[in-house]
Design a protein around this ligand. Structure first.
Ligand code: FO1
Length: 320
């Protein structure tokens, strides 16, 4: 099949994980690298939690809870229930199996391992052949300025308040001094294609792009970059992406996504229900690729991955 045509996927949580699972179903896994957002990471109960990395690793190891898209399938909640009885913090649901991963990561970080090392260790143990790389080993914390409350932390906005408040502004604490994790820049430079996963452009992709040097590589390699719109028919399949587009002054559809990505990506993949927007996406200066982007089954996710590979000429027939 392929010799060494590498693909790097810039990834947030649930949407990115589904896309990656589809891609790994049809492409040599060791040629795929995911560069994953770490700006949602935080500490709770003294534990280091990395939600997007864990969503990706649980999904790729077929252990994710299919009902939520995050956390473990077959999870039990004995620790959380006991914490509740004690009056502890239970607003962020950590299941018993999931807690084991946070315990392991926290211990390894306390021993001096980097998040990249820990992530690679976890992937090896879970049998994941793709490289799952944290975007940075330094701490970056997304904060949102929300109506009537000022600046709040990401998980307060996303989980505690169920992203049910209007966002006025965003910032990524620590990003100015953060550097890309090991192999992030080299994998972006050496890949034959770069995919921006269908993740929230503001809170999943932006805190990767704003790490020193990353957006510059994408601009240089724009011809090989394909972005997948997370908006279908004016709504995000999951999370607050569509309302954030409007709140932050963009069109609440894939044209709004095109205006965000046009300088770093040649193609925007939009859903069939939005085919009427393809001309407007092209007026923004991007190629519009219309296909089904709803990854409700692994087979559909693989079909989307296959359409993306064809767009960058990495489809199987080109690899002989
Ligand atoms: N999302 C929720 O909406 N509620 C939760 O209680 C919750 C717990 C949780 C635990 C571990 C984990 O890895 C993810 C978890 N998520 C939860 C998802 C997470 O907050 C978001 O998906 C991301 O941070 C945004 O991409």
């Amino acid at each position: 099949m392929s010799e060494d045509r590498q693909i790097t996927v810039i990834a947030g949580g649930v949407g990115a994980a589904k896309f990656l699972r589809g891609l790994l179903g049809i492409y040599p896994n060791e040629l795929v690298t995911a560069v994953v957002n770490v700006a949602d990471d935080f500490r709770l109960h003294g534990l280091a939690i990395s939600p997007d990395l864990d969503t990706v690793t649980y999904t790729l190891s077929e252990q994710v809870n299919p009902a939520t898209g995050w956390g473990r399938v077959g999870e039990t909640w004995r620790v959380r229930d006991e914490l509740e009885r004690l009056g502890g913090q239970t607003w962020f649901n950590l299941g018993d199996l999931d807690l084991a991963l946070h315990l392991y990561r926290t211990q390894r970080l306390d021993e001096g391992a980097t998040l990249t090392q820990v992530s690679l260790e976890i992937c090896t143990r879970l049998g994941i052949k793709a490289q799952v790389l944290p975007a940075s080993n330094q701490e970056i914390h997304t904060q949102l300025k929300v109506q009537g409350q000022g600046w709040i932390d990401f998980q307060d906005y996303f989980v505690a308040q169920q992203h049910n408040v209007a966002v006025e502004d965003l910032r990524f604490e620590g990003i100015a001094s953060a550097s890309p994790g090991p192999e992030v820049i080299s994998s972006l430079k050496e890949s034959d294609a770069i995919v921006i996963a269908p993740s929230n452009p503001f809170v999943s992709i932006k805190p990767i792009l704003e790490i020193s040097g990353i957006a510059a590589v994408l601009r240089e390699r724009r011809q090989e970059v394909v972005a997948i719109s997370p908006i279908v028919g004016g709504a995000a399949l999951k999370g607050p992406a569509s309302r954030m587009l409007e709140e932050l002054g963009f069109e609440r559809n894939s044209v709004g996504i095109a205006s965000l990505y046009k300088d770093i990506a040649r193609t925007l993949v939009i859903d069939e229900v939005d085919s009427d927007l393809s001309q407007r996406v092209e007026s923004e200066g991007m190629r519009a690729l219309v296909t089904n982007t709803i990854m409700d089954t692994p087979t559909r996710a693989a079909a989307l991955a296959s359409a993306v590979l064809a767009e960058v000429s990495l489809a199987e027939e080109d690899q002989q």
